[in-house]
Design a protein around this ligand. Structure first.
Ligand code: NAD
Length: 281
């Protein structure tokens, strides 16, 4: 993809936060955008904002946990715009609570939205990209997809590690078909994610302790800034997209645990390991 002019983009969770930021950045660069979300009032507001930029937009209530609704969203997008060039699988939710107490229904909910939501988007939109030999997918993971940053967000981190791994597999398998993949790993962004977050296994009187600390929120950036970063990264065909330099530093420190264990296993190996898999990006 060399430019977004007259390209057709799909953004799930596009009514709010990062999805809205991506949609506006793409529309500002000439793309037509189809938005899927559960929040109908914010959908209508985002469609109006895109139209105010001179773009064409479609907003549809669509639950990414429903195969039928995602397929219906695909059909409505094709009926309106004829094809899809860019799929942004972005809808996501959060569950906070101690891993050993989080309810099974909450584990199932977060994995259904944050992991299987990506799978449903890919199954609905990517076969046509493969047939055309062109297209791009952006999966929103998080910096929590590479770094277990908090012991309070086990279900969220688990879902985002899965999103990162799925994206890497997808990138390697779609590359020979001319379809690009990026995985978006933002740090803290000022969005409405807290509105849909579930506390699970946390007593009501202790919930305040499980919210983001105010000093962490000072690092939060605007979703519009993330949208700009994503648009530029897609044009560069970048695989992993990060937004915060200090997350990169924290990740390097955290990775040392893995590197030490790798050094141990290499030192104990009778034969030097063969490196046959180049980096994905
Ligand atoms: N806010 C952050 O700091 C941050 C950091 C890293 C990654 N992320 C990820 O960014 C993505 C977007 O989140 P956000 O922070 O912009 O939050 P947000 O709540 O502002 O936006 C998410 C949107 O997804 C929609 N959504 C939720 N469940 C859905 C479903 N089942 N079907 C369709 N739409 C659904 C919500 O209605 C909402 O409009 C998520 O995947 C989130 O995990 C957020």
């Amino acid at each position: 993809m060399k430019s977004f002019e007259n390209q057709v983009a799909v953004v799930t969770g596009g009514a709010s936060g990062i999805g809205r930021g991506i949609a506006l950045a793409l529309a500002g660069r000439g793309a037509h955008v189809a938005l899927a979300d559960l929040h109908e009032a914010r959908l209508a507001e985002t469609v109006a904002a895109i139209e105010a930029l001179g773009g064409k937009a479609l907003g549809l209530r669509c639950d990414v946990t429903s195969d039928a609704e995602v397929e219906g969203f695909r059909d409505a997008t094709l009926a309106r715009f004829g094809r899809v060039d860019l799929l942004c699988n972005n809808a996501g939710v959060s569950v906070l609570g101690p891993c050993e107490r989080v309810e099974m229904a909450d584990w199932q909910w977060i994995l259904d939205v944050n992991v299987l939501g990506l799978v449903r988007g890919v199954r609905a939109f990517v076969p046509a990209m493969v047939e055309r030999g062109a297209g791009h997918v952006v999966n929103t993971a998080s910096v929590a997809g590479i770094w277990a940053y908090s012991w309070d967000a086990g279900p969220y981190i688990t879902s985002k590690f899965a999103a990162y791994g799925y994206s890497e597999v997808l990138a390697r398998s779609l590359r020979p078909h001319g379809v690009g993949v990026s995985v978006l790993c933002p740090g803290l962004v000022s969005t409405n994610l807290g509105e849909t977050a579930r506390f699970s296994g946390v007593p009501a009187e202790r919930r305040a302790e499980w919210l983001y600390f105010p000093e962490e929120m000072r690092d939060a950036i605007a979703p519009e800034a993330v949208g700009e970063i994503v648009a530029e990264a897609v044009l560069k065909k970048q695989f992993a997209i990060f937004t915060h330099a200090h997350d990169a530093e924290r990740f390097r420190t955290w990775r040392l645990d893995i590197e030490r264990s790798l050094d141990d296993v290499i030192a104990a190996s009778p034969k030097p390991p063969r490196l046959d898999r180049p980096p994905v990006g």
